[in-house]
Design a binder for this molecule. Structure first.
Ligand code: SF4
Length: 333
């Protein structure tokens, strides 16, 4: 059940990468929140800053990357200001993460049961016997057949889908309050993707964990999220309720993403695509960062950067078209 209480509040987050070639503003003033029990989807093309946002929340941004501004409040505590020890305690205990490639996240030399139990022993005060029992329980919960037997399997003995289920079992084994899933289905076959999505949906209701899911795939976001954040070139360009956002996208970039996604009843031979590519964070266009690719661009868009407006509906939008009125992009396209 979604409550009104905020679990995570990210305010004006700035994560930059300092390289020999200059400063890359990967996440540039991003703000959002996640309520208890809510699923927030973050969508955008590669290079939009969505994964760096999730790594920043998880506290795993490596050098030369650095959080240079903003706050990440988890239950009111600013994660950018706590000690490494406190952060380690939160990671795996209150906040867990699953990644795109389960094979690189699991240790190939250790049996999967050991890897789950190790995580439980590390984060919860359980002895080995209790941890084993809980691990088998978690394997069953994520739909691993013959859990008692496969507890002793090595990662290479399992399929990609099974390995991702094991990663979900590890991530959820300590009852985290927030699960961050970065492209959790991208590396899997389509049928397995559907199974993992169904599993995540069921677990979300079962455990009431808040989820932040990052994906370039709008289908994944539509399936799981309650609210969606659309990112472009390190900024939030649109935020809204999942139904409204898909039904009536307001930002030209969101519209472009939706129009370039195949639909089951589409009779068109060719999909629409957004011209051009996401700009390099070291060479941001002036004005609206999307203007070189936007078919609605006006003179003002080239020189003035739009603010993130809050509309009466509660949606947020960064586009001059919405400066003082609601605009239906479908009418203009
Ligand atoms: Fe397009 Fe201008 Fe809106 Fe940017 S501000 S998305 S260029 S219309």
């Amino acid at each position: 059940m979604i409550t009104q209480e905020k679990l995570l509040e990210v305010r004006d987050l700035k994560t930059y990468f300092m390289t020999d070639r200059g400063t890359t503003r990967s996440v540039d003033g991003v703000s959002f929140n996640i309520k208890h029990g809510e699923v927030l989807g973050i969508v955008g093309e590669s290079g939009s800053g969505k994964s760096v946002t999730s790594y920043s929340v998880m506290g795993v941004v490596d050098a030369p990357g650095k959080i240079v501004g903003g706050e990440i409040l988890f239950e009111g505590k600013d994660l950018t200001k706590i000690s490494k020890k406190e952060l380690r305690h939160l990671q795996g205990n209150s906040i867990s993460m699953i990644f795109q490639e389960p094979i690189t996240s699991l240790n190939p030399l250790l049996k999967i049961g050991y890897q789950i139990s190790e995580n439980i022993i590390l984060h919860q005060s359980m002895n080995k016997r209790m941890a084993k029992q809980k691990s088998i329980e978690m394997l069953k919960k994520v739909g691993i057949p013959r859990a008692e037997e496969l507890y002793y399997a090595y990662p290479h003995e399992l399929s990609g889908g099974m390995r991702q289920r094991v990663m979900i079992a590890i991530a959820l084994s300590c009852n985290p309050k927030l699960l961050i899933a970065d492209e959790p289905t991208t590396a899997l076959d389509v049928t397995i993707q559907a199974q993992i999505l169904t599993l995540m949906k069921n677990l979300r209701f079962d455990l009431n964990t808040s989820v932040m899911i990052i994906s370039h795939d709008l289908g994944v976001i539509a399936e799981l999220a309650d609210r969606v954040l659309v990112m472009y070139a390190g900024q939030v360009v649109e935020e809204g309720n999942v139904f409204e956002l898909f039904k009536a996208p307001k930002h030209p970039y969101t519209l472009g993403l939706i129009n370039s996604t195949p639909k089951i009843n589409d009779t068109k031979y060719q999909l629409d695509s957004i011209p051009g590519t996401v700009p390099s964070p070291s060479e941001m266009p002036t004005g609206c960062r999307f203007h070189p690719r936007c078919k609605f661009a006006m003179k003002k868009c080239v020189s003035q950067e739009p603010f993130l407006y809050e509309l009466p509906s509660g949606s947020k939008i960064r586009c001059w078209l919405h400066e003082d009125k609601e605009v239906n992009l479908y009418d203009k396209s």
